[in-house]
Design a protein around this ligand. Structure first.
Ligand SMILES: Cc1cc2nc3c(=O)[nH]c(=O)nc-3n(C[C@H](O)[C@H](O)[C@H](O)COP(=O)(O)O)c2cc1C
Length: 205
């Protein structure tokens, strides 16, 4: 049996900011020794809504090749990092709908004893980053999962300043993902892989 941590990075993104963080996390997870699946959640919005927003339509086309997450991916994983843009301070319906498909796994205890973490993007500073991550983490407690938040466990966390998870302010689409967010994303991936690896070894002993 492989001892490498299996990491699923599962995100929703309409205009690409969360997707960019997901990619950074997936790459850092691979570098940290994990077997990684980078997955998006299914789109729920009508075609007309997507087509009416240039950035949304462009990202939908650009991300067509990313596989859509299924509950099997969560069952497979030792660790899951979820990502979402905020929606009025809450998790996007597209990611929430995916969480709601996990009832079968939950019922047989298959979501428990895994490591979970989250990241978020907003348009504005203080636009609901912490409330969104805390809302996401509500579900993890119900899973019986272990929330591995970054806290202030590395110097980079004193720069981005969000102990709940990597977060980015896109400034209404005008602020690309930069070093501050990428540093936080890499640290979060490395920390999740480290803790999941220790947990996997401990549970397997
Ligand atoms: C319906 C809706 C609600 C939103 N609510 C907020 C909000 O409460 N605060 C905020 O800062 N941004 C809000 N946003 C903006 C997005 O969360 C933000 O632009 C995000 O970075 C987009 O990420 P994405 O490119 O991964 O889709 C909202 C956007 C939509 C469409």
């Amino acid at each position: 049996m492989s001892t490498a941590v299996k990491l699923a990075v599962i995100y929703y993104s309409s205009t690409g900011f969360s997707a960019e963080i997901a990619k950074e996390i997936a790459e850092a997870g691979t570098k940290a020794g994990a077997e990684v699946r980078l997955l998006k959640t299914a789109e729920l919005a009508p075609e007309a809504a997507i087509a009416s927003n240039e950035a949304w339509a462009a990202h939908a086309a650009a991300s067509a090749g990313i596989p859509v997450a299924t509950p099997d991916d969560v069952e497979w994983a030792d660790a899951v990092i979820f990502g979402t843009p905020t929606r009025f301070g809450n998790v996007s319906s597209q990611l929430k709908q995916f969480l709601d498909t996990l009832g079968g796994l939950w019922a047989r205890g298959a979501l428990a004893d895994k490591v979970y973490s989250g990241f978020v993007t907003t348009a504005t500073t203080h636009g609901g980053q912490e409330s969104t991550l805390l809302a996401l983490y509500n579900s993890i407690h119900h899973f019986g999962g272990l929330v591995v938040a970054p806290g202030y466990t590395d110097a980079v966390k004193f720069v981005d300043g969000n102990p709940y998870g990597t977060s980015h302010v896109d400034a209404q689409g005008n602020n690309p993902i930069g070093d501050q967010t990428r540093d936080a994303a890499r640290h979060q991936a490395e920390r999740v892989v480290k803790i999941a690896s220790a947990l996997k070894a401990g549970l397997g002993a």
